[in-house]
Design a protein around this ligand. Structure first.
Ligand SMILES: [Mn+2]
Length: 436
């Protein structure tokens, strides 16, 4: 199917998308008194690229649009109140920040709230909101960058640079892996027409070089797309707030997600390039130096964490044919990403689970679970642990756990639960699950 047809089909299938189009179309045609927009977006690469594509759209439509990239994923009612007081917007967009039932009540602060998102919804009642989310009915792998690209395409606005941005969002959210031919149905019209044909040089296999966090499924080749996705991860902080302000005086005052947003807002003349360095050279000199610094610090962190894993990961034994590895760290950066690669290395083609426990700089405990087998559902394990902690100690808003069968996270955030309390409860739950 042609991408253009797919876009029109989306408008038919999701009346909310048509509604959003109509609202923006009406504003575009006004001579004066155009409505003011404020947009909250996620501070990860998908959220930032989606925000850029959206800002480029509203700029072309002549609409004011203030972009805000908060560090916390879920928006609180206080944040909404503050923004309404500061900017007095007519419409609030919440993009790539979840489809949450609690947003429904925020319409008491501002009447018009539009959600564009791809995450599975939490809750059922969204009646006060306009929601464009293909995952509302059933889980649909895609990214918010693509959803905003679809909206923008209804106005015929995206150029090849917008295509590139949408692809970065898709790749960084693990929605597509073009190098290994993983392209979910929803993303096919876009990827096949706009990427595979026009950006071949991004997808040329690179062998015998560093592999990235995006090459977990096979570990012997990468491509420039994956390198650039990693660069965007480093620049934004990846949604994990891996910031480099205290690494270097020149980075002291850089707000990384905002810096990434501003750097890539205007068209960059993308031509056939072969390396990240060549890509960085396309930027102006001042920006280039900051980008280079952040990328270098990211790589230094990566190498350091890799060494920590190799030194400190413990093989704890084999249970029911599954090898179980344990890593415990103190303020270890990039732990889940490095761990995902290390699991495959340690497993040596056998079934394995890697449990990574980190004491974060804030005092919060973060446990990451990764496996290459479906024998134990890690998402269920993490949510079981979270439930046990919440039942015993409260902090239902702070302690969260869950995820997929092969990748899951538990975080204690501001609950101030001591490390020992968290790990002893973890071992209690884990013991039951693996039946020892
Ligand atoms: Mn996303």
């Amino acid at each position: 199917m042609k991408y253009k047809e797919f876009v029109q089909q989306q408008k038919q299938k999701f009346p909310s998308l048509g509604q959003i189009y109509d609202i923006l179309f009406e504003e575009k045609n006004k001579k004066s008194n155009k409505k003011r927009i404020v947009t909250f977006s996620h501070d990860d690469p998908d959220g930032v690229t989606a925000a850029i594509i959206f800002k480029r759209l509203t700029d072309k439509l002549g609409l004011e649009n203030e972009i805000i990239l908060p560090q916390k994923y879920e928006l609180t009612i206080e944040e909404i109140k503050n923004v309404v007081q500061k900017y007095n917007p007519d419409i609030l967009f919440i993009i790539d920040k979840g489809t949450l039932e609690k947003y429904n009540s925020y319409t008491s602060i501002i009447r018009h709230i539009i959600v564009i998102d791809h995450h599975p919804p939490i809750g059922k009642d969204f009646t006060n909101l306009i929601v464009y989310n293909p995952s509302l009915e059933r889980h649909t792998p895609c990214s918010t960058s693509l959803l905003v690209h679809i909206l923008s395409s209804l106005f015929n606005i995206p150029n090849t640079y917008d295509d590139f941005l949408a692809l970065i969002g898709l790749r960084c959210d693990w929605a597509v892996d073009v190098l290994n031919n993983y392209i979910p149905e929803f993303c096919q019209p876009f990827v096949e027409e706009k990427i595979v044909k026009k950006y071949k040089w991004l997808l040329t296999p690179i062998k015998n070089k560093k592999i990235t966090m995006f090459d977990v499924s096979q570990q012997h080749k990468s491509c420039l797309l994956n390198y650039l996705a990693e660069l965007f991860f480093a620049l934004t902080g990846g949604g994990f707030q891996y910031f480099y302000n205290d690494y270097d005086s020149e980075l002291k005052n850089i707000n990384q997600p905002e810096f990434c947003f501003t750097t890539f807002l205007k068209d960059i003349k993308l031509k056939k390039i072969v390396s990240v360095i060549q890509f960085i050279k396309l930027l102006d000199k001042k920006t280039r130096n900051i980008v280079k610094k952040i990328y270098n610090y990211f790589n230094l962190d990566w190498n350091e964490t890799e060494q920590l894993f190799d030194k400190n990961t413990i093989f704890t034994g084999e249970f029911d044919g599954v090898k179980i590895y344990l890593f415990v760290g103190n303020k270890v950066r990039l732990m889940p990403m490095v761990g995902s690669l290390k699991l495959y290395e340690y497993a040596e083609n056998k079934e394995a689970i890697l449990v990574m426990i980190n004491l974060e700089p804030t005092g919060s405990v973060h446990i990451s679970f990764r496996s290459n087998t479906d024998k134990i559902h890690l998402g269920n394990l993490a949510s079981k642990l979270a439930q046990q902690l919440v039942t015993k100690f409260g902090y239902g808003d702070e302690i969260t756990g869950g995820g997929h069968p092969r990748a899951a996270e538990l975080k204690t955030r501001q609950s101030n639960l001591p490390f020992l309390v968290v790990i002893s409860n973890f071992f209690e739950v884990f013991k039951e699950v693996i039946k020892i």
